[in-house]
Design a protein around this ligand. Structure first.
Ligand code: AMP
Ligand code: MG
Length: 281
């Protein structure tokens, strides 16, 4: 499956070059089957990571309103053992948060070894909404790309597998989803006049996002641009990318588990020998 993964800075990257639709050859039915397999694989990888305690996973989800961040989170989390998964949503900063540097509120939600952290919005809002709406002077936010890269490098050096997703929807699909929310009483609670206001600055957000992808794409914390007009394809791409990133560590985790298992067994045996205990089996 072709995934748009950005692993290095690229000053020419344009969002318009990436489709918001699934590729023509993608099939919804095959996607459902693949997603089931990926769910099993993710659970297995999670168990290995949990046992090995050498790594953690940070999933960052960004996207415009109604892009499907909640849906994508539900899908990934649904495959996992909830023990060891924490979801954090980042909204308008509180007074206390505003009185600190922008990473202060983020860093404490970074995942512990063995665990998953999933961010619904993130430190990137500080170069997105903040930039589009002039919430901080340019002299401040323009320094943040470097701070973000350093921060993510720090996490990565400490064993965090950082996987970032932009859920890419078209302006038309967003309108459709916002209108659907109005009609459906079970989703009308999500309505927010702000979503319509944000549509007016669609192009400004496109520019802000493009700068993010141009400047904050690295090998240790790549961006994935996810065609998100179809929910089934969006879920597939996200699951596939998470599994792919974790798969690289599978053998290492297995070795760690074997080593730890051996050490544990030796300890138990030494204890029994010292006590003169003999055990059947
Ligand atoms: P929602 O994700 O729909 O719950 O909305 C959260 C809102 O918080 C969005 O409108 C974001 O733009 C806003 N938000 C998130 N982070 C920041 C930030 N650092 N500064 C200002 N607004 C933010
Ligand atoms: Mg919203």
């Amino acid at each position: 499956m072709p995934i748009t993964r950005l692993t290095k800075p690229d000053s020419k990257f344009r969002l318009d070059d990436v489709s918001t639709d699934p590729p023509r050859e993608a099939s919804k039915q095959e996607a459902a089957e693949r997603l089931r397999d990926l769910g099993k694989e993710l659970l297995e990888l999670q168990e290995l990571m949990w046992g090995a305690r050498t790594h953690s996973v940070l999933i960052v989800l960004q996207g415009r309103d109604a892009a499907g961040k909640d849906g994508a989170i539900k899908n990934v989390v649904g495959a996992l053992n909830p023990r060891g998964v924490a979801v954090s949503s980042f909204g308008v900063p509180t007074k206390e948060e505003r009185e600190h540097d922008f990473l202060w509120r983020i860093h404490r939600h970074a995942p512990r070894a063995g665990e998953f952290a999933i961010f619904n919005r993130s430190h990137y809002e500080d170069v997105l909404v903040v930039r589009v709406h002039d919430l901080a002077p340019k002299s401040l936010w323009s320094e943040r790309y470097d701070h973000i890269n350093d921060f993510e490098e720090l996490l990565s050096e400490h064993g965090t597998i950082v996987i970032k997703f932009f859920l890419h929807i078209s302006k038309k699909e967003q309108e459709k989803r916002l209108l659907e929310r109005e009609e459906d009483p079970s989703t009308a609670w999500k309505l927010n006049v702000n979503d319509w206001k944000e549509r007016e600055v669609w192009d400004e957000y496109t520019e802000a996002y493009e700068d993010v992808f141009r400047r904050c794409s690295t090998r240790h914390a790549p961006w994935h641009i996810v065609p998100a007009d179809a929910k089934w394809y969006r879920n597939l791409v996200v699951a596939e990318a998470v599994a792919e990133a974790m798969r690289d560590h599978r053998d290492g985790w297995l070795k760690t588990l074997e080593r730890n298992g051996r050490a544990g067994r030796e300890e138990v045996e030494a204890y029994r020998r010292a006590k003169g205990i003999r055990h059947k089996g």
